[in-house]
Design a protein around this ligand. Structure first.
Ligand code: AMP
Length: 535
């Protein structure tokens, strides 16, 4: 006989206002750094909610944001969702035609844009069919010159708006609150709509001790962008728990991030492997910072190798590996050792920590082979990971046909090929399309990359399939050497290094040295681009 109380984001905002009004938010903007408190944030969120109303936004409307990780973006996270509108975070790195598509497809009504990103939006604004107004996020007194029209000044709008606002209580917990498009392997990006309820539950569960282990006493720096799966939902969890937030803005160089971690005594951070790889190289080059406050960092979005986890550990950066997708809010798996595993040998521990880990409480999973049967928990048999649960999408937004590919019988088919061991640790072997089929046998490109990246001269490596008349497909490695090692390492050196570490028939047919691995709009290896170039 419990109350039927809706799960609403408003609860988070209210808690941070009432219990943690003195707790700080650090925000790096284009022109200067800001410090404000959750108390200040609440007042600004109320002003912003009034502004949204005065601009004609109504419940259910989509409000776009085109911004870095900063306090104004955070204010939008709460003002929009708590007003029963939908926050559509636009990925800054989308190609123009994809950007045009996602804004028109979602039917964004207003777009809030960071001043330094104005040119990117100007390039496409002529083709936007639903946007009525642009609001510029800036510290400048006057608006920077822009072709966006009409363009309004965020701070001036806020200054003129009342400081109180009654957020609606009669919001259905299943109403949409957030939106993010995922880059499809073919065709245009597909939209995922998060609900009040899904964000609420995901924010709560991911804060648990065996996942982010987030507490009031922490200082959290999400490096993962607020335009990609809502910064993994971390801003919501932080505000709810009263955790100090450090918003790093647009400059994500290793030096800028390390200095910020030192200065603000960051205890928890999160980001994709590329970010932490660049930090690792920076530290290996002899740059020194006091990162002693750091408890751990979550790495996800792409695979973090055992070697990377080990090397970061030497610099006091304790990594835990997590897995998720835009469709899953995102966190699905997190790799935390069970208590008795701490007694196990070091190599075994690292191998486990490099797996994507254990399913989060609240979710269901099945791993199915080609025949549709569940695979054995033996760490060997491969199958496709399927998930379902309260923060897993059930379909793509307004895409009934394309939804059928991934959503079937109440499950999300992730396209990720995995194994699961006796302890329940899931290991992503590959994206289904990235696996290499050589003579009828599978080669995991991810496994091969991880071994190549152990080579001390290698900064990054991506392995793709190239067509082969005899074996159908063979692996080719695209390798980026560390700056100091350029031209000192040959194809034969890499192959000699791999010998004995992988099966002989896994050895790449070709090693290609390139300057940079092309990345997708969210910083993952863009194997599609590599295949187009070399395949
Ligand atoms: P996105 O929706 O852009 O976040 O991409 C989701 C995809 O990223 C997943 O389906 C995986 O293929 C990949 N991914 C996410 N996290 C990891 C991880 N920890 N290890 C390996 N691949 C990952």
């Amino acid at each position: 006989m419990m109350m039927k109380h809706p799960l609403l984001i408003k609860t988070m905002l209210e808690r941070s206002r009432k219990l943690f009004p003195k707790k700080e938010i650090f925000s790096r903007c284009f022109e200067k750094d800001h410090r404000l408190t959750y108390g200040d944030m609440h007042k600004r969120v109320c002003r912003l909610a009034n502004v949204l109303q005065s601009l004609g936004a109504q419940r259910g409307d989509k409000i776009g944001t085109f911004a870095w990780n900063n306090h104004r973006h955070l204010e939008l996270y709460f003002a929009v969702t708590c007003s029963d509108m939908v926050l559509h975070t636009l990925n800054l790195r989308l190609f123009p035609e994809h950007l045009i598509h996602v804004i028109n497809h979602a039917a964004d009504k207003i777009i809030f844009v960071d001043e330094d990103l104005i040119p990117l939006l100007e390039r496409v604004s002529d083709q936007l069919t639903t946007v009525e107004k642009y609001v510029i996020l800036t510290d400048k007194e006057e608006l920077p010159p822009t072709r966006l029209s009409p363009a309004l000044h965020y701070e001036k709008l806020l200054a003129d708006a009342p400081e109180t606002f009654e957020f609606p209580d009669d919001v259905d917990e299943n109403s949409p609150a957030g939106m993010c498009y995922t880059t499809a392997t073919t065709g245009l990006p597909k939209g995922v709509l998060y609900t009040q309820r899904s964000i609420y539950l995901h924010s709560l569960v991911q804060a648990l001790p065996d996942i982010h282990c987030l507490a009031e006493q922490d200082v959290l720096m999400p490096v993962v962008p607020m335009f990609h799966v809502m910064a993994w939902g971390l801003p919501f969890s932080a505000a709810w728990l009263g955790t100090k937030l450090v918003m790093p803005g647009r400059v994500l160089t290793p030096d800028a991030l390390c200095k910020l971690m030192e200065q603000e005594k960051v205890t928890i951070s999160a980001g994709v492997p590329t970010i932490w790889m660049s930090i690792l190289q920076h530290l290996e080059a002899g740059n020194k910072y006091d990162l002693s406050a750091l408890r751990h960092v979550a790495i996800g979005g792409s695979a973090a190798s055992a070697n990377m986890i080990k090397l970061l550990g030497k610099f006091g950066i304790n990594v835990f590996h997590a897995y998720g997708m835009t469709e899953t809010s995102p966190v699905v798996l997190a790799s935390r050792l069970k208590s008795y595993m701490k007694e196990w040998g070091e190599d075994r521990q690292y191998a486990l920590r490099a797996k994507q880990g254990l399913l989060l409480p609240g979710l269901d999973m099945k791993i199915v082979n080609n025949e549709g049967n569940e695979v054995a928990w033996d760490g060997k048999e491969m199958g496709e990971l399927c998930v379902r649960g309260p923060w897993i999408a059930g379909a793509y937004f307004d895409e009934p046909e394309r939804s059928k590919e991934n959503f079937r019988d109440g499950w999300l088919y992730t396209n990720d090929m995995v194994t699961i061991d006796e302890e329940g640790f899931v290991l992503i072997q590959d994206r289904a399309k990235d696996l290499i089929k050589s003579g009828g046998e599978w080669i995991s490109s991810v496994d091969l990359e991880n071994v190549i990246m152990i080579h001390p001269a290698v900064a990054e490596a991506a392995v793709i399939a190239i067509p082969d008349p005899k074996w159908q497909e063979r692996p080719m490695a695209c390798v980026v050497l560390k700056a100091a090692e350029k031209d000192k390492v040959t194809e034969a050196d890499i192959l000699a290094f791999l010998e004995g570490k992988v099966a002989k028939w896994w050895l790449p047919d070709k090693v290609m040295f390139i300057d940079e691995i092309p990345k997708t709009s969210v910083g993952k290896f863009n194997k599609k681009a590599l295949r187009e170039r070399f395949g």
